[in-house]
Write a protein that binds this ligand. Structure first.
Ligand code: HOZ
Length: 431
């Protein structure tokens, strides 16, 4: 595959941008080779600067659940920008999107719009601390909640991909207020809470982990966290930046029927534009300024163009929910079945985890249930697999420690192409 234009752009980018990219995992460091630079995307396909076409299995890390350039979203953006790209003052769309979110996400009474998932999680823990008057939080090893200082402790996603799950630059003072437990280990969480009586403000969790690859919660794990938080007066935060509006109309909390006190959102909520949100019980959200004392603000928060894109995608998902979510699950199940058939014929240890339209193929002989088992994977082999898939025209997440996201525009034709590419790639790397 010819990627001369991408390589030239990457070389130029490295002169002016750290590592040549604006988000580390995009640099392909974990999988080798130069990253591709993209020119346009439509439906299920992305096209790079050299004119190569790829079936997209990341979908902008989740937001493009309806495929690229969905007509409702495109039209909404164009219409909104004609009125103004930014008011820096309240507008009607902010009220509309808040109402739609409160209607769709079961546990949210009130919501504040921000500009990214990172902002949403940083703000949510500040509010939880303000509400409880406590300082410490518990997060899970391998979960990633954006790049806020408090979360770069045993962090997944790009942080572990780059070999820096505990980033330099985070002060000891901040780090000591973040306690960590293994994902899916309720007993470890109970132990941490017992050792820090009355000190834990919040437990933040990805209800389905997506940042160390896809890892589902074990039966009783989320329910156990809910009970523990109720008993100890701890704010339970579901980070649904990935799972929100993806696993069901109401996210993972609806799918697993567990209600957190607060929820953080991002990705799909912006339809591809930079949007995040945090919301929760009215009594907690009323602590947010100007209603309450916990300060949080943003010049571009509730931006009219971003709100228009978000509203368009949420309205579409809302209207067609049963059809879209059942299609997404069926397509993913079909893909996983096809992968299993191919992999079972090869002498290669593997595990596939999937929930709804999120899935990961891990090269390991262990069941992947937490960060330790995710790290048992053969990441070198994953790099070879990634490159072989790329050569077959399939664009995967460039790291073993990410989930893949299926979009609703994959047809039977693309599923067959992906399965054929997967077979050829696996035969190449094992042959
Ligand atoms: N937050 C994304 C999923 N882990 C990663 C996006 C990126 O690093 O570019």
């Amino acid at each position: 595959m010819k990627i001369d234009k991408s390589t030239a752009l990457f070389n130029q980018a490295k002169k002016f941008i750290p590592g040549g990219v604006n988000s580390p995992v995009r640099a392909f460091k974990a999988v080798g080779g130069d990253p591709l630079f993209f020119k346009r995307a439509r439906g299920a396909y992305m096209y790079d600067e050299d004119g190569n076409a790829f079936i997209d299995m990341i979908n902008s890390w989740g937001p493009m659940i309806l495929g690229h350039a969905h007509e409702d979203v495109e039209k909404a953006i164009v219409d909104a920008v004609k009125s103004s790209p930014s008011f820096g003052a309240p507008g009607q769309r902010e009220v509309e999107i808040a109402e739609v979110i409160v209607d769709m996400v079961p546990s949210i009474d009130k919501v504040r719009m921000v500009n990214s998932g990172t902002e949403a999680t940083m703000s949510a823990i500040r509010v939880a601390r303000g509400f409880t008057g406590r300082d410490k939080i518990i997060k899970f090893e391998g979960c990633y909640h954006g790049h806020g200082d408090s979360f770069l402790i045993s962090a997944g996603s790009g942080a572990v991909t780059m070999g820096t799950p505990d980033s330099p630059g985070v002060t000891k003072g901040t780090a000591q207020d973040t306690l960590t437990a293994p994902y899916n280990d309720l007993e470890a969480v109970v132990h941490l809470v017992d050792r820090n009586p009355g000190e834990i403000a919040a437990i933040i969790v990805e209800p389905v982990a997506g940042n160390m690859g896809c890892i589902p919660p074990k039966a009783g794990f989320l329910e156990g966290l809910r009970e523990l938080c109720d008993r100890e007066g701890i704010v339970l935060i579901f980070d649904e930046v990935m799972t929100g509006f993806r696993l069901s109309r109401g996210g993972a909390q609806e799918l697993f029927d567990v209600r957190p006190d607060m929820t953080t959102l991002g990705k799909i909520i912006g339809g591809g534009l930079p949007v995040g949100a945090y919301g929760g019980k009215g009594e907690i959200m009323d602590f947010v300024s100007p209603q309450g004392p916990v300060y949080q603000a943003g010049t571009l928060s509730g931006n009219p163009v971003a709100m228009a894109a978000g509203l368009a995608i949420l309205n579409h998902l809302n209207e067609h929910a049963s059809e879209i979510y059942s299609k997404l699950s069926k397509t993913t199940a079909h893909l996983v079945e096809g992968y299993n058939e191919t992999l079972d014929d090869l002498e290669l240890p593997y595990v596939i985890n999937h929930v709804g339209s999120m899935y990961s193929l891990f090269f390991t002989d262990q069941e992947v249930t937490d960060f330790q088992t995710a790290k048992s994977c053969d990441t070198e082999l994953f790099g070879k697999y990634f490159r072989a898939m790329l050569n077959q025209g399939i664009y995967l997440a460039p790291s073993q420690f990410e989930t893949l996201f299926v979009s609703a525009v994959l047809t039977e034709k693309e599923v067959e192409l992906i399965l054929a590419a997967n077979k050829a790639a696996l035969q190449e790397i094992t042959g």
